[in-house]
Write a protein that binds this ligand. Structure first.
Ligand code: G3H
Ligand code: ZN
Length: 280
């Protein structure tokens, strides 16, 4: 069933689990993620980043994802990831996303607050949930020029109060697109943020977080855990293997079968680490 992030995030924030938001790029990985969620009877967030929307624009990707969500037996949020402007985020709302992130992390604080407030106001008219970022989670890819700045607890407090977002993305040691689990989480900073801020928190760049840390973080106020690179690696590695062992196969449906299964298995693993699923 298609649901709003707001319906899920408060419970996850207080409970001993966190909901994964998986970056998907089309039908194949979205289906694989939903099958994993259904197998565990767990809620899930399908997230599309700017690259995904550039590849498959809103008029095409939004109907596919919202329909998959409606048909699923578990709660599914269709979420816009890292929307960088008011107009872009508004477009996602118009196309049926049930949750949107405005990423003003590269803007001066006042400007980030101003635009986030406008987006929260617009989203409220449609009942759509919102996420925004304060501090900045950088990128391990040097070609992506984004600042990396830890969140300041005072600023997180002010940001949450003045914008009224449903979920606040914080920077506490993760970095986007890491291919190894090398992130060093600043638990002291997280505790200081938790002591000041009541809003549910979001962790970006979670592929780089060790399983042990993810388990611990799921029991904190972190309620939404964004995972992208891990699934892309699962799909890509398996596809490369399939191409190597089947040099005469040109049917993409057959070539995609095992990579889709690999995405499902990786998603199952993350769900369990995050405290969702039977053997959590
Ligand atoms: O917004 C998406 C995520 O933060 C994904 O990060 O690709 O490093 O797992 P990741
Ligand atoms: Zn992110």
């Amino acid at each position: 069933m298609l649901v709003y992030l707001r319906e899920l995030i408060q419970d996850a924030s207080g409970g001993h689990y966190a909901i994964p938001a998986f970056n998907v790029f089309g039908y194949e990985d979205a289906v694989a993620v939903i099958r994993a969620a259904e197998e565990l009877d767990a809620p899930v967030i399908l997230a599309t980043n700017p690259g995904a929307v550039q590849h498959m624009p809103f008029p095409y990707i939004a109907p596919i994802l919202t329909r998959l969500a409606e048909d699923a037996t578990v709660p599914v949020v269709v979420h816009l990831d890292h929307g960088k402007s008011y107009e872009y985020v508004a477009m996602a709302m118009a196309y049926g996303y049930t949750s949107v992130m405005f990423d003003g992390s590269q803007l001066p604080l006042e400007e980030n607050i101003r635009v986030t407030r406008e987006i929260v106001r617009l989203a409220a008219m449609r009942g759509i949930s919102t996420e925004a970022e304060i501090g900045s989670v950088g990128y391990s890819d040097p070609s992506i020029q984004m600042k990396h700045e830890y969140s300041d607890p005072e600023e997180v407090f002010r940001f949450a109060e003045e914008t009224g977002v449903d979920a606040v993305a914080v920077s506490i040691g993760t970095v986007h697109r890491m291919e190894v689990q090398g992130a060093k989480i600043d638990y002291d900073l997280l505790s200081r943020i938790e002591a000041k801020v009541a809003a549910p928190l979001v962790l970006h760049g979670s592929t780089g977080v060790a399983d042990e840390d993810l388990r611990k973080l799921a029991a904190t106020r972190i309620a939404k855990v964004n995972i992208g690179t891990a699934l892309r690696m699962a799909f890509g590695k398996k596809l490369r293997h399939e191409m190597e062992i089947r040099p005469d196969e040109y049917d993409r449906i057959r070539l995609f079968s095992e990579p889709m299964e690999a995405v499902k298995q990786e998603a199952l693993h993350k769900f369990r680490i995050l405290g969702l699923g039977r053997d959590a």
